[in-house]
Structures are given as structure tokens and as C-alpha cells.
Design a protein around this ligand. Sequence first.
Ligand SMILES: NC(=O)c1ccc[n+]([C@@H]2O[C@H](COP(=O)([O-])OP(=O)(O)OC[C@H]3O[C@@H](n4cnc5c(N)ncnc54)[C@H](OP(=O)(O)O)[C@@H]3O)[C@@H](O)[C@H]2O)c1
Length: 289
Amino acid sequence: MNGEKVLITGVSGMLGSSLLKLLPYDNIVGYASSELNITDHKKVQNVLRSEKPDIIIHTAAYTNVEACEIESDKAYLVNVIGTQNLVNYAIENDVLFVYLSSTGIYGKEKDTPYTEFDAVNPTTVHHKSKYEAEKIVQNHLSKYIIIRTGWLFGGDKTHQKNFVYKRYLEAKDKSVIYSDNTQIGNPTYINNLVNQIMVLLTSKQYGLYNCVDNAENISRYDYVKKIIELFELPCKVKIAPVGMFQRTAPVSYNESSINKKLNLLDLNVMQNWENSLQEYIYDLKKDVE
Ligand SMILES: NC(=O)c1ccc[n+]([C@@H]2O[C@H](COP(=O)([O-])OP(=O)(O)OC[C@H]3O[C@@H](n4cnc5c(N)ncnc54)[C@H](OP(=O)(O)O)[C@@H]3O)[C@@H](O)[C@H]2O)c1
């Protein structure tokens, strides 16, 4: 890829590691939390002044939605102040800033999939902090791409947030597991998201976009059932009785969305969630068998 230099934050994470591996740039660097704590504004400035990136892709975040309710200062420090520290450099240095946000920020406003033209009303500390960071990006920069995504799968089995592998581990020695059928969303393959980010970067389409795989009215239960089926495990997946999964965070029951703006621009390369899950599990199986 051309001479632009890309810097990615959070590369020990599920998405950051895939971006670093799959984006077709020759000049690309990634920083894990151990190398760059984004809350340390002096270190952030020093690293960015020395790397001089043209594009920053900011994936680092405090992503534990439940823990964010308890440690709200940490959530705002990492997710908002950490983003501001990076944005400060982008303001002064004509950097294209890509910020990873969440479809969870729409809240509990309606039962149908959210588009970018819907108002947002986040209900959890995590999603409030992600929204505050979006505002910093939008208020300070003109060259930005904000990606609202959700229910990501991909990466490798060492990733803490690997939902698919965790369900495999949960089910492999059991005859039955339970899953929630009240929450809906779009299971989204990280590799598709990487392709979509590349399309936006090359077409220089700035702005805010929903980027999810295509899924209609899919619940956690549907998702988990499909995972177990694709692993060909003998375990049954049953609908969890009301109250079985008690959450600290008041997460919206509806995190589903559609890529309205990408569709209008004819730039939507996101895929069908089931086909993508099949592709991912086919690869993951080689690693677990
Ligand atoms: N996964 C999803 O379903 C989903 C949905 C919507 C939006 N997103 C967004 O997508 C992005 C990537 O998510 P992910 O799934 O890849 O999450 P992840 O695996 O938890 O990765 C996040 C990374 O951020 C790092 N980090 C945390 N605090 C940091 C700090 N102070 N300084 C530098 N790095 C820090 C973490 O490092 P340590 O582990 O070492 O702390 C971790 O490697 C996030 O912005 C997230 O909000 C994800």
C-alpha cells in the first residue's frame, strides 16, 4: 500500500491484532497497552512525535462493560481521556483518525435496527464513555472515521474477548448450556470489519458509520446455537430462564443496527453473519482439535 504510515493502538486486543496483521500497509506499527498506556499524555505525545503517523487507528479501550459500571473513573480515563490524548496530536498534525465505537451507544430507544440517523442514548458507563470519546473526535477533527460496531468475533483463542472460543470451551464437555434470547445484535466478523475499514480509508469517506455484518433479529441464543452447531458439539443450547444471567450493566436489549450510510454510498462490504461465522469456525477448529 502507498507511503502512508499507520499507527494502531490496542494491538494485543482482538480487533487491534487483526488490523495489524491484515491491513495491507507497508508502513504500519502497533502499540499494545504494555508499550503505550494511552492515559499517559506525555508518553502518547512522545510516541506519536517519534512515529509521525499519517493515520491513527484507535482500538484501545477499557472494554469490560460490567467492570466499567464499578470502575467508572477508569472507564472515562481510558476511553475518553485516552482518546483525547491521541486526538490532541491529530489536531496539530493533520492526521486521519479512525475511532472504534459501539452500536451499544444507541441505547433502548426502539425495537428495530438502529441507523446512523437515530439519536443515541447510551445506558451503561462503558457506552457513555464511548459516546463521549466520539464527541471529542467529532468536535476537534475534520479528518475522522468513526466506526460503530458490535458483537465482534475473530482473532485467536488467547483473546479474552473471544466469545466464540469461550462458548466452545463452555459446551465441549457439557450436555446442555443456556443462552439469553432477549438481547439482539449483529454478530460481526473482524476480518470483514478490517476490509470495510480499508474501503473507507482508500475511498477517503470521512464521517460516522455503522459497520456490522448482516443479521436480522438475531439473539444471543441464536448466535450461541449456531456456534455449537458449527463446532459439531453434541451439547444442546437452551433458552435461559428469566433472571439466569444477572448483569451489573444495564445493557440495551437491542444492539442491532444496519449500515445505512455505507448502503447509501454503495460502499458496504460487510457480509452475512452466518457465512462469516462458518468461515471463522472452520479456521478456529484447526487450532482447537
Ligand atoms: N468486541 C466487541 O464486540 C466490540 C463491540 C463494539 C465496539 N468495540 C470496540 O472495538 C475496539 C476493540 O475492541 P476489542 O474487542 O479488540 O477489545 P479488547 O480485546 O479488549 O482490546 C482492547 C485493547 O485495549 C487495551 N487497553 C486497555 N486499556 C489501555 C490503556 N490504558 N492504554 C493502552 N491500551 C489499553 C487492552 O490492553 P490490555 O488487555 O493489556 O488491558 C486491549 O488489548 C474497542 O474500542 C471497543 O470498544 C468492540
